[in-house]
Design a protein around this ligand. Structure first.
Ligand code: NOJ
Length: 718
């Protein structure tokens, strides 16, 4: 008998249900209900895992209770939302996505895991893999943006980083944490961009867009999955047999733990698919949900559900077995206090320093220069700079909405970053207005200091908590009276560089029209100020590219590059075409857009073999030339279009991203390898099919169709 068999044989039903029960300790509040009596619950074997507690001392104390003071001595899972750094806070995930660089994605997850594990954490509720095409939805900040190919690459990198894939001890290592891919699935398609709202997408869209990142996470060995709060076409994900049990467990072979979202099992009552906790518990367990986070539906409802014949104890046993297996894989039975016990990489001074350097590198690579009319990089001869706006000196905001155990005193502000970068310049600062509110009394003082300045850096945007969970915005523009501040500053006729801080694309067409340069600065974490100064001064030639289409106006939402073609494509000169009467159909900035301080030219897109079959591979090359005037890094996007198929295919589908560093005047070749399989799609029966016929392969520096090279290739039958 294995350890797990023996435990299962010895457990009472109450102890089994206890293993499926996750309670919060309340160090961090991430949901509406708080558990009471946690310690008594652990002692009685009624709680098998905790969330929102960290710190080696605190965690070890509760682990000791679980191991030494309970009948069976089973250690606890300790879960926490470590989305973009644990103590050292890195850029928000949407900003990190702008790197288009899996090795960096993996490194930041690895460093976050090292810090989290040193704090006793065994499981993170990350990566968040929700494809998001609606910037009203505040949780767009937490994920990889709009594209499923990017989502899948992000998933693999994050899972490897968190779980320490490739380390000698794997998940049992003292610096590994179990990853939880969330929120499964289609949460980003919430009706009208309202968090927690219903989702109704086609099965095709699930297979083409929302499932691939999760399939990639599973293939990478992700330990856990969290179902989303929403329903999909009337079936809440927490009780979705077809997606959880059939697709996830049966089709992808996922045999890890499914952990509900916060209180989500009890919320099946609000969804109107369960009449009481017994029915809710039964529905979730039948769908394959193993752990009940914070709703007490399993502890209160499962005994009745079993007694009433709604579910069998076999299902309880299978769920408990999966939970115990995860604890075993994490090495918790061998040493529940392993994480955080010894002097580790988390605290070693050299490692801590390297982590800050990584935070700066990630942050400057995440910055996207959206527009630049010859004012960036800032001239080294500038002596008088006005720093204006409510985000210029807003330390805590730089952390973004999921700051884990990060400290509000940690980040470098923009003001500090520029003071350090430009010691010879006089930098005058006035906020002018607050992020929100109606007080305009500070605008006059802000205008005043701009008068003597050669350039104005205008720091505008959202507060960190205006994106993230439960932070949808019907009008995601500049909040408060920041628009009035901007207008008053533009009115002076000085050159203005607008820095836009946000967890989503903001509706800023009016700013883009007037500013000489516009930079997406997201929420960049602890090194925000230094990273922004690096980019604006030209110390670092920007490389960030938009992982999401940036709309002109919220009325264009949802807007994304991979839309299917219309039978009547937009034509401003033809009335009966797919367009708006009151604005262009195109976005303000395309997916993939991002300027650098040099000009890259792409030429000579070519492929080794113009004809291919399933099982084959295409080698695609394109030449890139840096026309100067600085050394830089080019990003090349490879798209495909299946020209004629049995199902209308998107006009563009992303198939690869290549990068190349080039000195001034230097040329090079970017190479892609594309498996023929990557050009298949869910056919009419939703099974993957590669249909013979013509494909277009397109390469560009963004998804702007006007600036792409293209070649034709042909899939042969068989
Ligand atoms: C609710 C959120 O939806 C989820 O992402 C998070 O992991 C849990 N709360 C726990 O904080």
């Amino acid at each position: 008998m294995t350890r797990i068999d023996k435990l299962l044989a010895a457990m009472t039903l109450e102890e089994k249900i206890g293993q499926l029960n996750m309670a919060t300790v309340g160090h961090a509040v991430t949901g509406p209900v708080l558990a009471s009596g946690v310690i008594e619950g652990i002692r009685a074997g009624r709680i098998g895992s905790l969330l929102n507690i960290w710190g080696a001392r605190e965690v070890h104390a509760v682990q000791k209770i679980a191991v030494e003071k309970t009948r069976l001595g089973i250690p606890l899972l300790i879960g926490f939302d470590v989305l973009h750094g644990h103590k050292t806070i890195f850029p928000i995930p949407l900003a990190e996505a702008a790197l288009f660089d899996p090795p960096f994605w993996e490194r930041s997850a690895r460093e976050a895991a090292i810090e989290a594990a040193a704090d006793g954490i065994t499981m993170t509720f990350a990566p968040m893999l929700d494809i998001a095409r609606d910037p009203r939805w505040g949780r767009i900040v937490e994920g990889p943006g709009e594209d499923p190919w990017v989502g899948a690459e992000f998933a693999k990198a994050k899972v490897r980083g968190f779980q320490g894939t490739g380390l000698p001890e794997g998940l049992a290592g003292a610096s590994a944490v179990a990853a939880t891919a969330k929120h499964f699935c289609a949460y980003g398609a919430a009706l009208a961009g309202r968090d927690y709202a219903s989702v109704d997408v086609s099965e095709r869209l699930l297979h083409e867009v929302y499932l691939p990142p999760f399939a990639a996470a599973v293939a990478a060995g992700c330990a856990a999955i969290m179902p989303a709060f929403n329903d999909v076409a009337g079936i809440p994900m927490t009780a979705h047999v077809a997606l959880l049990r059939d697709w996830l467990r049966r089709d992808t072979g996922f045999d890890g733990v499914i952990v509900s979202d916060y209180n989500a099992i009890a919320e099946l009552l609000h969804h109107g698919v369960a009449g009481d906790l017994a029915e809710a518990a039964a529905a979730a367990l039948l769908a394959g949900v193993d752990i009940d986070m914070m709703s007490n539906a399993y502890s209160q409802g499962l005994p009745e559900a079993i007694a009433g014949g709604l579910v069998s104890t076999d299902l309880v046993d299978s769920a408990v077995r999966r939970v115990l297996k995860l604890k075993e894989h994490l090495g918790l039975f061998d040493d529940p206090c392993r994480r955080g016990s010894a002097e580790t990489l988390a605290t070693a001074p050299a490692a801590a320093k390297a982590r800050i350097e990584l935070a700066r590198e990630l942050a400057r690579r995440a910055i996207v220069v959206l527009a630049n009319d010859h004012v960036l990089p800032l001239s080294p001869s500038l002596r008088h700079i006005a720093l204006i706006g409510p985000l210029a000196d807003a330390r805590a905001e730089m952390l973004g909405p999921w700051a884990a155990a990060g400290s509000a005193t940690g980040p470098v502000t923009i003001r500090e970053g520029f003071a350090a970068a430009l010691p010879d310049a006089e930098i005058a600062f006035e906020a002018g207005v607050a992020i929100t509110g109606t007080d305009m009394s500070g605008i006059a003082a802000a205008r005043e200091i701009c008068k003597g300045a050669e350039i104005v850096l205008l720091c505008l945007g959202e507060a960190a908590n205006m994106s993230g969970e439960a932070a949808s915005r019907a009008n995601p523009g500049l909040p408060g009276v920041q628009g009035a501040l901007a207008a008053a500053i533009f009115d002076l006729g000085k050159p203005v560089v607008a820095l836009i801080f946000s967890g989503r694309p903001l509706m800023i067409a009016a700013i883009v029209e007037k500013a000489r340069a516009v930079v997406a600065t997201w929420f960049l974490g602890v090194e925000a100020g230094n990273a922004i100064a690096d980019v604006l001064t030209g110390k670092f030639n920007p490389t960030g590219r938009l992982p999401v289409t940036w709309p002109r106006d919220v009325g264009q939402v949802p807007i994304f590059f991979a839309a299917r073609p219309s039978g009547r494509p937009a034509n401003p000169d033809d009335h009966y075409t797919s367009k708006y009467l009151d604005m262009p159909v195109g976005p303000l900035f395309y997916f993939g857009h991002g300027l650098s301080y040099c000009r890259f030219i792409l030429t000579n897109l070519r492929t080794s073999n113009a004809e291919f079959r399933l099982g084959g591979e295409l080698t695609i090359e394109v030449d890139a030339l840096n026309e100067g005037p600085a050394a830089g890094e080019a990003t090349v996007f490879l798209f495909a279009r299946d020209v004629v198929a049995s199902v209308a295919r998107p006009s563009l589908e992303l198939k690869g991203v290549g990068k190349i560093a080039l000195g001034t005047g230097e040329g090079g070749t970017v190479c892609f390898r594309l498996a023929a399989e990557a050009l298949s799609f869910p056919g009419r029966d939703l099974k993957p099919v590669l249909e013979p016929g013509e494909f277009l392969l397109l390469a560009g520096q963004s998804a702007d169709p006007r600036q792409m090279l293209s070649i034709k290739v042909r899939a042969l039958p068989g």
